[in-house]
Design a binder for this molecule. Structure first.
Ligand code: PMP
Length: 304
């Protein structure tokens, strides 16, 4: 029998097969959960979690946005628990998935009629869009599904229910033979992908959609700082679908995906059809950063 991963369930480390929730858990029925995706990287000083504090802050912010008025743990305690999960499993590098979920004895969808429970899992996870995609890039299309309106589903919160929208888009993409979907906001401007933020480069300037309708990606934020450090101008603005087609470069980023060039959108080749020089430079900085080899690594890595 292969060794089972250990999952932290409300303070206790349980083997994966024992880390279960009852069928009537309201989170399962109404999408009432909030989660994070965090990566822990191998470094010369041992495993290190990238921007743990920011992820924990976003997690408790997501819970607040969804309406939880109290949580059983602080952001700091949840961060410690993430480290405990990495250590207990003996991982050198892994993906960490905390989830705060709603459970209600009355089976009510009223947040106040239930309580928050917390689980934190971790597993060894390679490049989300494939190892090859990091160099060769991905092919995308503009989804037939629109990204959330911020007054319909809160776009700053990683609410589990929000991801039904991502799942519709991702499944459609893969069934059509693409790797990932570009989703437009309700006004028709580029928002984000099913699980990544998006950037384009044109005439040496980097553009990305502003945050009103997209998740405030932690990788997005890091890349904006890295790009500025390399002397590039980064502009947050509305981007139209046709501006994607005529970009010199395009790349997407996220905790799971990391930094991936986009070589084709809706059957239009982007730029040279290969990873562009600015994307390459930013990707290189990113991997140096997360592996503890960048001037700013100390600031953004939390050694386990
Ligand atoms: N947008 C969406 C919809 C996402 O799910 C993610 C992944 N969390 C991102 C963007 C990228 O965010 P981050 O860099 O914080 O992982």
């Amino acid at each position: 029998m292969p060794k089972e991963n250990l999952i932290w369930m409300d303070g206790e480390l349980l083997e994966e097969s024992r880390a279960t929730v009852p069928f009537l858990t309201t989170a399962l029925h109404y999408g009432l959960g909030v989660f994070e995706g965090i990566r822990c990287y191998h470094t010369a000083r041992g495993p290190a979690i990238f921007r743990l504090d920011e992820h924990m802050q976003r997690l408790v912010n997501s819970a607040k946005i969804l309406g939880f008025r109290s949580l059983p743990y602080t952001a700091e305690e949840l961060g410690q628990a993430c480290k405990q999960v990495v250590k207990a499993n003996g991982f050198e590098a892994c993906y960490i998935r905390p989830l705060i979920y709603h459970t209600s004895a009355q089976r009510s969808m009223n947040i106040d009629a239930g309580v928050a429970k917390v689980g934190i899992a971790a597993w060894e996870w390679g490049a989300y869009l494939g190892d090859e995609a990091l160099e060769s890039g991905v092919r995308m299309h503009v989804s037939s599904f629109t990204r959330h309106h911020p007054n319909v589903m809160m776009t700053k919160a990683k609410v589990t229910g929000n991801y039904a929208n991502s799942s519709l888009a991702k499944t459609e993409s893969v069934r059509l033979g693409f790797d990932e979907a570009v989703m437009l906001d309700p006004q028709g401007f580029v928002a984000e992908c099913s699980g990544e933020n998006l950037f384009i480069v044109r005439d040496g300037v980097i553009y990305t959609p502003g945050t009103p309708t997209v998740l405030e990606g932690i990788t997005r934020d890091a890349l904006m700082e890295l790009a500025a450090g390399l002397g590039h101008r980064v502009v947050e603005t509305q981007i139209s679908r046709d501006q994607l087609y005529i970009a010199d470069e395009c790349f997407v980023c996220g905790t799971a995906a990391e930094v991936v060039p986009v070589t084709e959108i809706d059957f239009r080749v982007i730029g040279s059809g290969k990873m562009g020089p600015i994307t390459r430079a930013i990707q290189k900085e990113f991997f140096a950063l997360v592996h503890g080899e960048h001037a700013r690594s100390a600031e953004w890595l939390d050694y386990v």
